[in-house]
Design a protein. Structure first.
Length: 276
């Protein structure tokens, strides 16, 4: 094998002068490409690493003050809505009903899910327990004898995605069933899926109808149910009453509320509520 010619020690070439700066990629940190240009200033642009992207601010922890700020006001709703004067009587009379499990035959899991739906609506915790702070508010629509209960809370992204996926199964599991109220009256319950405005990171809408009697009188309760996830937090609302649910108000609350929640999580002050 031929060897390279021997170079006398006295003829060693001079050490090159360093001209390139070194780019160091450490864990979670990518130095700017500007640090990788030569001293002539003609360096090329290096694309940012996906690992270096800052996590969306919508995953930030929701503080108590932020949760209150993220709540909508009656100015975000049509003009007939005012601050609530107390819970409607139908909440205790109808939402505290017990599912007639016999109507489900051997499908005890579906019966349990439908009971969980009624209990979650009554307790206003259909999305599960809040991981952090929680703020609630309510409104009355005296023209239509309706109420809207609205809340903002932090749950965790994985928890929310799991709960929203479960809620999405309820129109099939609980399409029609019978529930018995505290006075023994039977309520025929129907659950259907509804379309919400394309807001937030994930969303799910339902409409629940209960036909039966309330205090001995024929009654029909209709409730819009809406949940929208923004990062680790979500807004949740129910809207309706014995004269039906005004779905336009539900959509407006979702649009205004999602915008407020996202701005709050980004560290911004939400714009003033529109006049209704």
């Amino acid at each position: 094998m031929n060897r390279p010619p021997h170079r006398p020690a006295s003829v060693r070439p001079p050490s090159p002068v360093p001209r390139l700066l070194v780019c160091a990629l450490t864990v979670g940190v990518l130095w700017s490409a500007a640090a990788c240009s030569n001293d002539g200033g003609g360096g090329r642009t290096v694309p940012a690493s996906p690992l270096a992207k800052v996590a969306p601010s919508s995953t930030a922890t929701l503080t108590e003050a932020q949760a209150r700020t993220a709540l909508i006001t009656n100015a975000d709703l049509p003009s007939q809505w005012t601050g609530t004067s107390g819970a409607a009587t139908w909440r205790d009379g109808l939402l505290k009903s017990k599912v007639d499990a016999a109507g489900f035959g051997t499908d005890k899991n579906a019966a349990a899910d439908c009971q969980k739906l009624l209990d979650g609506l009554y307790a206003e915790d259909l999305l599960g327990p809040a991981k952090g702070t929680k703020a609630v508010t309510g409104f009355d629509d005296s023209d239509n004898q309706a109420q809207m209960h609205y809340q903002v809370a932090e749950y965790g992204q994985a928890e929310l995605n799991g709960q929203l996926a479960w809620v999405a199964t309820l129109p099939q599991k609980c399409a029609e069933f019978t529930a018995v109220d505290g006075q023994g009256g039977q309520q025929n319950v129907q659950v259907v899926s509804t379309q919400l405005p394309d807001e937030g990171d994930a969303r799910q809408g339902l409409m629940l109808t209960m036909n039966g009697q309330l205090d001995g009188e024929p009654s029909t309760l209709t409730l819009d149910i809406a949940a929208v996830r923004v990062g680790d937090s979500a807004l949740f609302l129910t809207n309706g009453g014995l004269d039906g649910a005004e779905s336009d108000s539900t959509a407006q609350a979702v649009q205004q509320g999602t915008s407020r929640l996202r701005q709050v999580l980004e560290g911004k002050t939400p714009a003033a509520s529109p006049t209704n």
